[in-house]
Design a protein. Structure first.
Length: 187
């Protein structure tokens, strides 16, 4: 597994850096970031698509055709050209990692932190704004990007993860902490 991770890093980081260099030289960092988010969402929502792109048996032209279909006319031509290069170099198995690393570089460049928020129900705009303000206070970041997931087992509240920091304000977490404190006081 370690070799696979090392190989992934050896592929992902140079491609993501090259994409950042291209975006920076053309003053398209924000545009490429938005396009990368959309493409990444498509990849993450379809296991079939990821498997198709990662399959070494499938012809390069077929992979390019599928990427053209899913990206449509919306992506900037430079980013389309970059994707074609990734396909030509047979690196499509790493595409998700490349895009994630690129977005990490974009966040770093724009003083933005990624906050992974897990809640029972979809957050309202007001709740999203409060979470962003809380994360800004925790991290001193200028901007906050939220990545939300739903987890009914939390019962209520939210869990916010920023890097290695976790703020568990869920009802499930509170019950777990109460249970733990009861165990230590009874023992």
């Amino acid at each position: 597994m370690r070799e696979n991770t090392l190989m992934s890093a050896e592929v992902v980081e140079p491609y993501a850096s090259a994409l950042m260099s291209l975006a920076d030289s053309q003053n398209l960092i924000e545009r490429f970031g938005n396009d990368a988010k959309e493409l990444l969402a498509a990849l993450k929502s379809s296991q079939d698509l990821k498997q198709f792109l990662a399959n070494p048996v499938i012809k390069i032209d077929d992979k390019k055709a599928v990427l053209r279909r899913i990206t449509g006319e919306g992506l900037h031509q430079y980013l389309v050209n970059f994707l074609q290069l990734v396909v030509d170099k047979k690196r499509t198995a790493f595409l998700t990692g490349i895009l994630e690393q690129f977005l990490a570089l974009v966040r770093d460049r724009t003083s933005t932190v990624l906050a992974e928020v897990t809640s029972v129900t979809e957050l309202s705009n007001e709740q999203r704004d409060r979470v962003k303000e809380r994360v800004k206070a925790m991290t001193n970041a200028q901007n906050v990007e939220l990545e939300t997931t739903l987890d009914p087992s939390l019962i209520g509240g939210v869990v916010i993860k920023v890097g290695s920091q976790v703020l568990d304000a869920s009802l499930k977490g509170q019950l777990r902490r109460i249970g733990f404190s009861l165990e230590t006081t009874v023992s």
